[in-house]
Design a protein around this ligand. Structure first.
Ligand code: GLC
Length: 754
């Protein structure tokens, strides 16, 4: 026993001596030589670092102004990254300490949530997803990166790639919707937009894929709740956008708050090592989400903070956000032999690899562009275009829209002039004063339109109906009512889950009162999520859904209402009739008892109906089997006709490709854009397969009367999935294929994979 203690003391003393002395690496500063290969620079720098300097790089601290302790830590090489410092002056002050006052002069990486714009705010990501245009997502990210870099931010915690099938979850606003193929296409585009052609570009910022992994499946749609996603569902749905975005070159990944199947993501070594590193070849670094390491104590997965640091480091988490646990505990965990120094070295290599790739050693300081690009005409125009292309027309009876310029409109509702709320969630730096609301658009660019404005309610949660009378009178004086309803920004986003998705406050009552004035009613909804608007639809002749459209949303909505542009968005997420239908999504399994096309619902039930009279299939007695609006749905002012669906062959072998051809015609009176969607169904698999899966989409502009032949190609790789053996492969068999304008319409064909 005594010998053991002596041995342990000796090991501790010796390791203290060796690990704390500056390592006698190669002389000189090869790591500062930009002409040397990055891996050599990493090796050289690592060889010079003490254990404390290494764990310092693994530590990300939150900024607070005039924080002497923070500056001291940077000087001591105890911080690798700072988040939430904005502004060239503050950033450069901290960077200068790191470069000039610390022993090795390792620059800081400066992180910030630049989710859908920095100053110029684009539609929330769920809105951008509704455009079905990766170019829009890329452009938004590029503009956000350009503006953020001017303020010293060189790393954003975006794109958020959490597949979400639950509108109760507030962060659905930040997501790219329910479909893995759409989210993967847009997520990869955002990575390209943020990171540009090279991470070291003057206006590039490092992207961060979040939240790895499965966070959007929070039980009950309640944020931070547990998820229970089996591996095949993880690989076939939830991980698809992450893998595609890693392949697009994303620099970093952020672990999520949730425990999946009992293991918190920040300590899930299978996902962080086996999947992310070994299978996907990810070479960047992984950062924890805010305090998610420390929260493993609260989860009941770590005995204490030190244990949490040990579990995460050994699982492959490279950088710890905000709580300083790595800084505090990793040196002693290494000395105690509980965390191998190789784990530390690997983490530091990953972090340094990104810093060298970003050119931070060469260009560490924020350089303000002259003239600044912030709120530039080009940026605002791009944000307006994105908002136009993201809006979804859900209803347009009797072609109420587009409105005639001569139409006198009554502008009503709490979202008609909501400068902050129109921007949506995750807006840290955008300024509401720059928001062009619908009312502001009418007071400026659209000042030739006759209108009368009566909000009727002050904000979405308002329950004071005393101004309803003046709103109704305004409608009586006008030719039509344009009613702006929806959600304040605070009602979606992180930690903002809802169990009731009806229009909040007295908005539905206002809409019904307005309709009784007897004029056409156009309803515009600005929200961060799909709302349950079933009961509101009868009071609106037309419904335009604009997921919090950002700085230029008002101008965009006017462009659409008065026909300068035709709505072209499609739903990136299912709109349910009732919150009780959730989760309901298009790419579901068939079950053994799918409901028939027509089901008997509760209002049709005879008294004392026989037990077996309703059949035994999967649907709701009250709300039936269908959503209100399906994934991929959206109207235009014009109409489109699909014809001549042809496959290149009735069967293909695994090494062959299938070509699919279809003719699309604009059969209406307006020019317009259609999102042509291609879905497949794998009829039989080693595990049950979804009834439909989106595999291609293409947004096509057609002038009135114009036709175009469109072609798509599919190969085995597009049909492959993780089956029973959890190996990705395509399985022979029979496939259905649809091409159309939503997940429930389209021309159908079939083929066999041999
Ligand atoms: C938050 C969010 C994450 C964000 C991080 C830094 O809690 O979950 O998305 O990037 O903390 O702000």
């Amino acid at each position: 026993m005594k010998l053991n203690i002596i041995k342990r003391v000796a090991v501790l003393l010796l390791s203290n001596i060796f690990l704390n002395q500056p390592a006698q690496g190669q002389t000189g500063n090869l790591y500062k030589n930009a002409s040397k290969p990055i891996e050599q620079r990493i090796a050289d720098l690592l060889s010079k670092m003490t254990l404390e300097e290494k764990t310092g790089q693994m530590n990300q601290l939150n900024f607070s102004p005039n924080n002497a302790d923070l500056k001291q830590k940077i000087k001591q090489g105890q911080a690798g990254s700072i988040l939430n410092v904005v502004g060239a002056n503050d950033v450069n002050t901290l960077q200068r300490i790191a470069l000039e006052e610390s022993r090795l002069g390792i620059p800081l990486i400066i992180g910030r949530d630049v989710i859908h714009g920095f100053k110029t705010i684009f539609p929330i990501p769920l809105g951008q997803a509704a455009s079905f245009e990766p170019e829009i997502a890329e452009s938004g990210a590029r503009i956000a990166a350009t503006e953020a870099r001017e303020s010293g931010v060189n790393w954003t915690f975006a794109p958020m790639l959490d597949i979400s099938r639950d509108a109760r979850w507030g962060r659905i606003a930040e997501s790219l919707g329910e479909d893995p193929y759409l989210a993967a296409s847009l997520g990869a585009a955002m990575v390209k937009g943020f990171q540009g052609d090279a991470l070291s570009g003057s206006y590039s910022i490092a992207a961060c894929l979040k939240h790895f992994f499965g966070y959007g499946a929070a039980e009950g749609g309640r944020d931070y709740n547990s998820t229970n996603i089996p591996e095949h569902l993880l690989r076939n749905v939830y991980l698809v956008p992450f893998q595609k975005s890693v392949e697009a070159g994303a620099a970093t990944v952020m672990t999520s708050f949730n425990d999946n199947d009992g293991i918190p993501a920040s300590a899930n070594d299978f996902m962080l090592k086996q999947v992310l590193r070994k299978e996907w070849g990810f070479k960047g670094f992984v950062v924890s989400d805010w305090a998610s390491v420390e929260e493993m104590v609260v989860h009941g997965f770590a005995a204490d903070k030190k244990d949490a640091a040990r579990l995460s480091a050994n699982a492959g988490l490279d950088m710890e956000m905000a709580t300083g646990l790595y800084l505090q505990y990793l040196p002693e965990l290494v000395k105690e032999g509980k965390v191998p120094v190789s784990v530390i070295d690997d983490a530091v290599k990953n972090i340094l690899r990104i810093k060298f790739s970003m050119g931070l050693f060469e260009h560490p300081y924020a350089v303000s562009a002259v003239p600044s690009t912030i709120y530039s005409k080009e940026h605002l125009q791009a944000a307006r275009h994105a908002a136009v292309r993201s809006a979804v027309l859900l209803k347009n009876e009797k072609q109420v829209l587009p409105l005639n310029n001569k139409t006198k409109i009554a502008v009503i509702g709490p979202m008609a002039n909501a400068q902050r709320d129109q921007l949506g969630t995750w807006v840290f730096d955008g300024e509401k004063e720059h928001t062009v609301t619908p009312l502001k658009a009418l007071q400026t660019e659209y000042n030739y339109i006759q209108y009368v404005y009566e909000p009727g309610l002050r904000y979405s949660r308002d329950k004071d109906t005393s101004a309803f009378g003046s709103a109704v009178n305004a409608v009586k004086q006008a030719d039509a009512a344009v009613v702006f309803l929806g959600e304040e920004a605070i009602l979606s986003g992180e930690a903002h889950s809802l169990s009731d998705l009806n229009l909040i406050g007295r908005q539905s009552q206002l809409l019904a009162a307005l309709k009784r004035a007897g004029k056409p009613v156009v309803l515009v909804i600005m929200a961060g999520r799909p709302l349950t608007i079933l009961r509101d639809l009868p009071y609106a002749d037309a419904v335009l859904y604009s997921f919090h459209p950002g700085t230029m949303g008002g101008s965009a909505i006017m462009d659409l209402l008065f026909g300068k542009a035709s709505p072209s968005g499609k739903l990136p997420v299912t709109f349910v009739k009732e919150v009780g239908q959730i989760p309901m999504y298009y790419n579901h399994n068939n079950t053994g008892r799918p409901a028939p096309a027509e089901v008997t619902t509760i209002d049709q039930l005879p008294l004392e109906a026989k037990q077996s009279s309703l059949g035994y299939t999967s649907f709701y007695l009250d709300s039936g089997k269908d959503p209100l609006f399906p994934f991929g749905y959206g109207l235009s002012y014009t109409s489109f006709q699909y014809s001549d669906l042809k496959l290149s062959a009735p069967a293909i072998k695994k090494g062959e490709k299938l070509t699919i051809q279809v003719t699309l015609k604009n059969t209406g009176r307006y020019d317009g854009a259609e999102v042509v969607q291609l879905y497949i169904q794998d009829k039989v698999g080693s595990i049950v397969r979804p009834v439909k899966e989106l595999k291609r989409f293409q947004k096509v502009e057609l002038k009135t009367g114009e036709s175009r032949v469109l072609k798509f190609e599919l190969t085995c790789n597009d049909l492959a999935f993780y089956g029973k053996e959890l190996k990705k492969k395509c399985e022979e068999g029979y496939f259905n294929i649809w091409v159309g304008g939503s997940s429930v319409t389209g021309l159908q064909a079939s083929f066999t994979l041999e």
